[in-house]
Design a protein. Sequence first.
Lengths: 112, 543
Amino acid sequence: MEIILSIAIGVMTTCGVWLLLRPRTYQVIVGLCMLSYAVNLFIFGVGGVKTNVPPLLTDDVATGALADPVPQALVLTAIVIGFATTALFLVVLLASRGLTGTDHVDGRGDRK
Amino acid sequence: MNDWTHHLIIAPVLLPVIAAAILLFIDERSRILKALVSLAAALLLVVISFVLFRIESGPNDFEGVYLLGNWAAPFGIVLVLDALSALMLLLTSLLGLAALVYSLARWHTVGAHFHTMFQLLLMGVNGAFLTGDLFNLFVFFEVMLAASYGLLLHGSGPLRVKAGMHYIAVNLAAALLFLIGVSLIYGTAGTLNMADLAARIPDIEPDRRMLMEAGAGVLGIAFLIKAGMWPLCFWLPTAYSAASAPVAGIFAILSKLGIYVILRLTMLLFSDGPSAGFGSDVLLYGGIATLIFGTVGVLASQALGRLAGFSVLVSSGTLLMVLGINDGAVSSGALLYLVSSTLTIGAFFMLIELVERGQDAGANVLAVTMEAYGDADEDEPEEGDGVTMPGTMAILGICFAACGILLAGLPPLSGFVAKFAMLSAMMGTGAIGVPPTAAVWTLVALVILSGVASLISMTRAGIRTFWSSIEGTVPRVLVIEIVPVMFLLSLTLALTVQAGPAMQYMDTTIRTLANPSIYIDTVKNAIVVESYKDRAGAREGSE
């Protein structure tokens, strides 16, 4: 379980960084999305990977068998904020496309 | 301390967000109403932060911890008001008021929701200064960033959209680094409350310590991007010079926010224990690199906007370098420099737009190119019978000269006092017979050289703008545009006159920061307010 999670995070980060450094705005935004997925999984993994344990402390749950609720709360916040900022970036991307007529990040087309 | 002043701690966060919410519901066409609401909120914010500052600078021991949701410290989120955050709040509110008044002349009408975004930016900045919780800091940072994206794009145009896109991409990546850092710290230390973290960090086992330091390093990168440390700063001059004047003015506080967080976290988390002094080398050498890069940039800038953008880097570089030295007396000089340079750069960004209004775009670039390659026509222009200087130009010129003096750090304004405080502490004037080392001389030389570079650039730009403008058109400047600039500059004058008490305040602040146990104890001993039920129960029990 841990190994799959870490491989997934690694692969997504690699793809994300590569795409982030690409010259097209669409690639940049997909790269940022990839990176934010990787980071969200990472935050989730920080609390320890456990299956089938509740995050809530109740009387019939042993304190040892408990998922850490804090990373789950953090990841929710991070998802919401990441989603909003990505949407905002998408708007700017479209505005830039409309104003410059190209989807290059510097607003200049490639020299062919 | 009585009840109502205690609730004032949360007011710098609540007031702008309420104002922003009200502003959203006011129709975009009723501009005057919107402006009035926003202005009232900004004024009230100045009053509140001044009251908080007065309480904080007073002799009484102020328990400035506000438990949100009435949860005790490590479990709930806390807001902490101490001398440093009170100072930053006051600075933010003053700069915010000036930028807002300036924007009322024309900038607030060129796009939708200017006032809403402006208030949200203030909310984010204030929240980041107040919060005592790392993840809450992230949330306030994002609020501030989201508002700043909108404000940077305010006014639109290809240049702003391009700069805005770069700015957003860089800051989204920085936010991801922030999250990685925060989660690593949580994974190793098991807490996000800054005070609790500071108490736990000295006792972390060595195998986890490395991971915690890695997390702190990643977290630091996120703030250094905001502060503009070389090589993370290439977005900054472009973004700041592309922003509209009042927005660039308020953005002067954003890079200082990065510095503030670095100062706060290094002094709190890494002041003693096995991790003591973590990252101060990075700050020192990074600061030196930033200072050199900024100085070269200032000399090379052709447009005034870029000159101001690189001045931000010079001031960030100086601050980072000086904080990297990690010495109490030097740091308190740095704090004064922080206040002075924020006011200066804020005023300068707003002044630039007024000055450039009289010229065509690109005139500056042309002028510098002409200087470099020699004028095409060397003929002396015919001498007039002594041109009478229009009043507007005179006022603008005086303000420009004041900005130049402040940036270069010449007497008599506060730029000089602040640099003098830093340099004299660095060279150790107190200890007699100990000559400063070569390293100290290098740092001192760098600070002075950066001042000289600013002076050269400002003089060149000033001569070009005020003494040899070819068209001789006088820019049309409204009173409410020049007054905020003069207000900020007069604050630096006040800082010069009151340099003694100001330095004393900075000294106390740094001394409090250098002793993290004060902060830790204050937060941990914050008492939960008794609930109504408990109080009622107690009364019944006693009867």
